[in-house]
Design a protein around this ligand. Structure first.
Ligand code: IPE
Ligand code: IPE
Ligand code: MG
Length: 266
């Protein structure tokens, strides 16, 4: 059964209510398409790569705000399966940055009880980077305050494809019957398996598209678009998005009246 925000939040155990009494519907899972680094740099007469290097503070702010507000999972789109098509110099800077950040930020994430997961086709990365990912994930795997997914070499179609292949493999080996495949089975093989449903998808940078991000997971997400370019993203912008989300009525196919009457019976 689809649940309204109010209903779901009555069953939640987080500290958001104390810190932000005006925010009573905190999304369980937020995805962010961190867009606009290149334009931010170009507006300042700098190279696009300067924008990527300047994006780290915004990432830190998104992570700390998510944790503070009581978001359970945050999924950040860092590099898409299509981004390989950019000039090689830009791709190289992005890879170096990813490698640097994995090293420089992981201890802090661990100290803050944050679990890090990289989602995407990591087989495309070199061994050194892959080892860093494995080390960071295993160091933080038991942390509980927030799950931070970094989507790197990620594509929503890739995700659906890899889930399909895993499920097909199980059918082939006899572990799973064809009739047993349902949405829950696909969910359990998609890269965000085990995490709450995606409630809110934020995109900075002014474009109104999904760019092959969490396609399967977007089914009932609320979308929030802002013209703010990613390096300018901060706690205020994030809080505004969450406020906007918390004022929406999510109907999941039902009528507004049905949702209202369910909330009044809670
Ligand atoms: C987002 O910023 C970062 C990545 C895609 C890696 P962009 O680099 O896409 O910046 P714009 O959209 O060109 O301004
Ligand atoms: C989406 O941004 C990917 C990331 C933010 C990592 P893009 O800048 O690559 O998206 P398009 O090309 O404008 O659709
Ligand atoms: Mg872009």
């Amino acid at each position: 059964m689809a649940l309204s925000n109010n209903h779901r939040n009555k069953h939640r155990d987080n500290h958001s209510q104390d810190e932000n009494p005006e925010l009573d519907n905190i999304p369980h899972h937020v995805g962010i398409i961190m867009d606009g680094n290149g334009r931010w740099a170009q507006q300042r007469g700098k190279l696009r790569t300067f924008g990527h290097k300047s994006a780290l503070d915004a990432v830190r702010s998104a992570v700390s705000t998510a944790r503070k507000l009581g978001v359970e999972s945050l999924t950040l789109f860092a590099f898409s399966s299509e981004n390989w098509q950019r000039p090689i110099e830009e791709v190289n800077v992005l890879m170096q940055l990813f490698s640097f950040v994995l090293k420089s930020e992981v201890k802090k994430l661990h100290k803050n009880d944050i679990k890090l997961k990289v989602i995407g086709d990591v087989s495309a990365f070199d061994t050194k980077l892959r080892n860093k990912i494995v080390d960071a994930e295993s160091l933080t795997e038991n942390n509980k305050s927030l799950t931070l997914n970094v989507a790197a070499n990620y594509g929503g179609r890739w995700d659906i494809l890899q889930a399909t292949k895993s499920v097909a493999g199980k059918v082939k080996s006899g572990e799973l019957g064809l009739d047993e495949i349902n949405e829950k089975v696909i969910d359990a093989h998609i890269s965000t398996a085990g995490l709450p449903e995606l409630d809110l998808l934020i995109r900075t940078g002014g474009d109104h598209r999904v760019s092959n991000f969490l396609l399967w997971q977007c089914a009932y997400a609320e979308f929030y678009f802002t013209d703010v370019l990613w390096p300018d993203f901060d706690e205020d912008v994030f809080t505004l998005a969450i406020k906007d989300f918390s004022n929406r009525q999510r109907r999941f196919g039902q009528t507004g009246a049905q949702i209202m009457s369910k909330d009044s019976h809670d």
